[in-house]
Design a protein around this ligand. Structure first.
Ligand code: C2E
Ligand code: MG
Ligand code: MG
Ligand code: MG
Length: 280
């Protein structure tokens, strides 16, 4: 920056920075309160079976509400939750609510599976697997009704410890999904060194697959890889009929996306997908 402009530029950035810091502090207060008041909400997005469009599982996605009832998405507070350590309590509440949802389904005689996102930081807690076991037992549900979604970067963090924790989780009976596959930097050999059951194709590939041959080729390669490793393949971010048709043709097992259904508040989801007392 030139000398003449220097002062203005500095004050501009300084105001920006002040604003950002203020926003961050505010968000942290909101998050702490939401955790303390147990007011975080779970939205559920159904996973559709490509074969018959059955919905037997869903992904749990956390939401926070501001003082005006406006919804705040997880991208705005999950990174902050990780930095401040609030993620442990947040993750526990999300898992508890997800398990309670499964228990309610079971009460109606329905088997239902919920996938819960787990942040990298949560896997650095050596007591994580034990905590998961306790929450599942408390809800009185089968461990196989819970799937944990981890990202490639979470696996990269501390190989040995992460593998031990995931092995403990797998022996409980929960299934493990690798989320956002293709966006991280993990080596493919990792796919065999962790007890993975599911591979989720990141939506950035899905979005472009009907416009760019390259994206289509990448998805094809991922599907072949996953099939040969006998993993269940979930495609996320399906926004159009043509995405849906292409992924079905490739042999993906399950799909999620706005084309079929947006994430819904838990109570609405329950009414729509579980307790559908339709008159014949
Ligand atoms: P994710 O686990 O990859 O979840 C998929 C995200 O894509 C969700 O955003 C979902 O609403 C969105 N999505 C679903 N279908 C479509 C579609 O067709 N088009 C588009 N454009 N988006 C679609 P959301 O709910 O905002 O969550 C964002 C991320 O926040 C999640 O990505 C996950 O990494 C994280 N997250 C959400 N809930 C939790 C949680 O309880 N714990 C942790 N640790 N992370 C969470
Ligand atoms: Mg996920
Ligand atoms: Mg994802
Ligand atoms: Mg994502």
């Amino acid at each position: 920056r030139s000398k003449s402009k220097g002062k203005d530029t500095f004050s501009f950035f300084s105001k920006d920075l002040q604003h950002a810091m203020h926003h961050r502090v505010e968000m942290e207060v909101k998050l702490r309160n939401a955790i303390e008041n147990d007011s975080l909400a779970i939205y559920l997005q159904p996973k559709y079976n490509f074969d018959d469009s059955a919905v037997l599982s869903a992904e749990s996605l956390v939401r926070m509400f501001d003082e005006n009832g406006k919804v705040i998405g997880p991208d705005e507070f999950i990174p902050l939750a990780e930095e401040t350590g609030l993620i442990h309590q947040l993750g526990k509440q999300v898992l508890q609510k997800s398990c309670e949802f499964v228990a309610r389904c079971n009460e109606l005689g329905q088997d239902f599976k919920v996938a819960v996102n787990v942040a990298a930081k949560q896997l650095s807690n050596p007591g994580f697997a034990k905590e998961v076991a306790e929450i599942i037992n408390e809800a009185g549900i089968a461990a196989s009704s819970i799937e944990l979604e981890v990202t490639e970067s979470a696996l990269m963090h501390d190989f040995e410890q992460t593998r031990d924790i995931l092995n403990d989780l797998a022996s409980l009976g929960v299934t493990i999904a690798l989320d956002d596959f293709g966006t991280g930097y993990s080596s493919l050999s990792y796919l065999r060194q962790f007890p993975l059951n599911v591979l989720k194709i990141d939506r950035s590939f899905v979005i472009d697959m009907d416009k760019e041959q390259q994206a289509h080729d990448i998805v094809t390669a991922i599907v072949h890889l996953a099939l040969s490793l006998e993993l269940t393949i979930v495609a996320e971010g399906i926004e159009t009929q043509s995405h849906f048709a292409a992924l079905k043709a490739l042999g993906c097992h399950l799909g999620q996306g706005y084309f079929m259904c947006r994430p819904m508040a838990m109570a609405d989801f329950f009414t729509k997908f579980i307790d559908d007392c339709q008159v014949a």
